[in-house]
Design a protein around this ligand. Structure first.
Ligand code: SF4
Length: 368
């Protein structure tokens, strides 16, 4: 099985924390959809297995007009995926848009809510307020969307544990099937990073950030969500199939400017430059053959951040006995302290209450 990712790099304005590739001019959207068509036709052969999931992400996919979105979705009408997700921004969700989505092959909508506190949304330059975000989720639901995911961020400027708890409770009250929650990162070159370095805002202290993460785990668990990956929560049966396939090294093809592809051995990177992409959508990618140790380290990183953990039998057949032994030797102190667990049937995992320190554990397991 494989996945298809389509990147829509257009945004109406830049959010203060965002370092993704996106552009604010929209006069190339029709040309861009043509280019996606060309790229898909010329590169679909890279996927040797049937496509199981499609994900339209961004940027801001909901910036497309309905005729543009319809044209885009129809490019993939030869595929019958089990999961077809689109990312949307709350301010674009109308009743007409929601009805279109409900009648299309898209069967999952991910809404970039980020916070349900207006002051926090304003501090990160989001274009919507909390009422708009709630209304977007309700409008999509009323139109018949049965699989909703909400994206949230904690550790925002001016955010307290109380306001984070309030956001969480209000988000859960919308009964989303899925929640993704990430700790705010101050990426170099962003507006937020500049505000931090000039003292206009202060970084959330580590202990507050940790308390917010624990609150996230507590509130979601109480509401019946499975914490199935460090940042992802789902009601049973509603995990993200597309994201889960990244964590199992399932091959995927990424179409569009700044999209990545992976066929199991080779990564291909499309340019983060729309002009270069439009000039040769099917040939614009750069290729990187990843080394065995890079592959092992990526595999460790994605598997040990999931509730399933790493199956040492699968690891051994993929990377060999020597690699497994090296990992197990490095794992010893963490196994003794309980920060790693190895079950009788060979599953190595980080217990969820230690996921917050997973980076420091992983660094010690990585191979050179
Ligand atoms: S966070 Fe999303 S909407 Fe905001 S600038 Fe980045 S890609 Fe665009």
């Amino acid at each position: 099985m494989s996945g298809l990712y389509i990147h829509i790099p257009f945004c109406e304005s830049k959010c203060a924390y965002c370092d993704f590739y996106s552009i604010l001019r929209h006069d190339h959207i029709d040309e861009y959809i043509n280019a996606l068509h060309t790229e898909y036709d010329e590169r679909r052969h890279e996927l040797t297995e049937p496509v199981r999931t499609i994900y339209i992400g961004g940027g801001t996919p909901s910036i497309l007009t309905l005729p543009q979105l319809d044209r885009l979705i129809k490019l993939f009408s030869d595929i019958n995926p089990i999961e077809f997700t689109i990312e949307v921004n709350p301010e674009h969700i109308t009743s007409e848009y929601s009805k279109y989505i409900a009648s299309s092959p898209v069967n999952r909508v991910s809404i970039g809510i980020q916070s349900l506190c207006d002051a926090e949304l304003s501090a990160i330059s989001r274009r919507h307020n909390a009422a708009c975000a709630v209304s977007a989720a309700e409008t999509l639901r009323n139109a018949g969307i049965t699989n909703l995911s909400l994206d949230l961020i904690f550790g925002l400027p001016h955010q307290s544990i109380e306001s984070w708890t309030n956001t969480l409770n209000r988000a859960i009250a919308l009964k989303p099937e899925h929640l993704s929650a990430y700790s705010l990162m101050y990426e170099p070159g962003t507006k937020l990073s500049a505000m931090l370095s000039t003292g206009k805002i202060r970084e959330t202290p580590q202990e507050i950030s940790e308390a917010m993460y624990h609150e996230l785990c507590h509130v979601t668990a109480s509401a019946g969500y499975e914490h199935y990956e460090i940042s992802n929560f789902a009601i049973p049966g509603k995990r993200s199939c597309h994201n889960s396939s990244y964590w199992t090294f399932t091959p995927y093809l990424g179409l569009g400017a700044a999209a990545h592809s992976f066929d199991g051995k080779i990564r291909r990177y499309n340019p983060s430059n729309i002009k270069k992409y439009l000039a040769a959508p099917e040939h614009a990618f750069m290729t990187e053959e990843i080394t065995q140790s890079q592959t092992i380290n990526e595999y460790l990183m994605v598997r040990l951040r999931t509730i399933e953990g790493l199956d040492t039998g699968t690891f051994q057949s993929r990377f060999g006995n020597e690699a497994l032994n090296r990992i197990l030797v490095s794992a010893k102190p963490y196994l003794q302290s309980g920060k790693l667990v190895l079950t009788d049937n060979g599953i190595l995992s980080i217990p969820p209450d230690h996921w917050l320190i997973s980076d420091s554990i992983l660094v010690d397991l990585f191979v050179d």
